[in-house]
Design a protein around this ligand. Structure first.
Ligand code: SAM
Length: 266
């Protein structure tokens, strides 16, 4: 249905439309929507994923930036009066406004690849309103999100995502499932925010700073990256070997470093 529409895909909006019905069914099955749940989709496009979800939940909120797509979406999904379309930039959208006292939101989307990392940081800052997230992303971004300490792609995105969420890489999707086809493989990720954080930090902004500083030069040692912040005595007190590279530290280590520095700074 969507192929008959005269809309030309826009690169600047990261538009690669899903047309593989097998993949769409598989994604919806992984999401497992239930009637009455509060599903929110980022970048519904022409509704490829939206339809499979709203036909179960019966209601849905979607956030779409390309105003030319909205009439197409509304025609394609005219059978669903409880579809609420927010013409807005997801990067600035207040997702917490969609949660109710009883129900957290479930966020889904085949995300525009050009803004996927900052968008994930934006969502993580609202994690307390979110039950879970299912995203299609460039495979490399999914690998970064799910990387474990010691993996070559383990870095700032892995630590911050895993501070808030359990992260699972679900399956890979090849370029041929999209129109136009992207140059690289994509993958589906599930991110489930912890109801109780396993390692809570005293100040999240400080944690973001400390993780950024720690990974500033990932081939250098912790001693180097934390020069002027932590000295040898501090590393001893923390029981962390300063000759390690940052990719060896897990989320708990970064939380301990942050809380230690906060205490030290008074
Ligand atoms: N969900 C559709 C699909 O799977 O076929 C479209 C996915 S396409 C990769 C990304 C979608 O995000 C497009 O509809 C695009 O217009 C929209 N988009 C891009 N930037 C956005 C933003 N900042 N906020 C909301 N939507 C955005």
């Amino acid at each position: 249905m969507s192929k008959q529409q005269p809309h030309k895909a826009r690169k600047r909006f990261g538009q690669n439309f899903l047309h593989d019905h097998g993949v769409i069914r598989r994604i919806v099955a992984c999401i497992g929507p239930k009637k009455g749940q509060r599903l929110v989709e980022i970048g519904p496009g022409k509704g490829a994923l939206t339809e499979g979800i709203i036909s179960v939940t019966e209601r849905m909120d979607v956030v779409e930036l390309d105003r030319d797509l909205i009439p197409i979406l509304k025609v394609n999904l005219f059978r669903f009066p409880e579809l609420t379309v927010h013409e807005a930039d997801a990067m600035k959208f207040d997702f917490t406004s969609l949660r109710t006292e009883e129900q957290a939101i479930r966020v889904v989307g085949n995300l525009p690849y050009n803004i996927s990392t900052p968008l994930i940081f934006h969502l993580l800052s609202q994690a307390s309103a979110i039950e879970d997230m299912h995203f299609m992303l460039q495979k490399e971004v999914v690998d970064r999100l799910a990387a474990r300490p010691g993996d070559s792609l383990y870095g700032r995105l892995s630590v911050m995502a895993q501070y808030y969420c359990a992260v699972e890489s679900l399956f890979i999707v090849g370029p041929e499932s999209f129109d136009p086809a992207p140059k690289v493989d994509s993958a589906i990720v599930r991110m489930t925010p912890y109801k109780t954080l396993p390692f809570p930090v005293d100040n999240i902004k400080k944690m973001e700073d400390m993780v950024r500083t720690g990974f500033q030069q990932r081939r250098k040692t912790l001693r180097n990256n934390y020069k002027g912040v932590l000295d040898n005595d501090d590393f001893t007190a923390l029981n962390i070997d300063p000759s390690l590279r940052p990719e060896r530290l897990d989320v708990e280590d970064f939380v301990r470093i942050t809380n230690y520095v906060l205490k030290k700074e008074g």
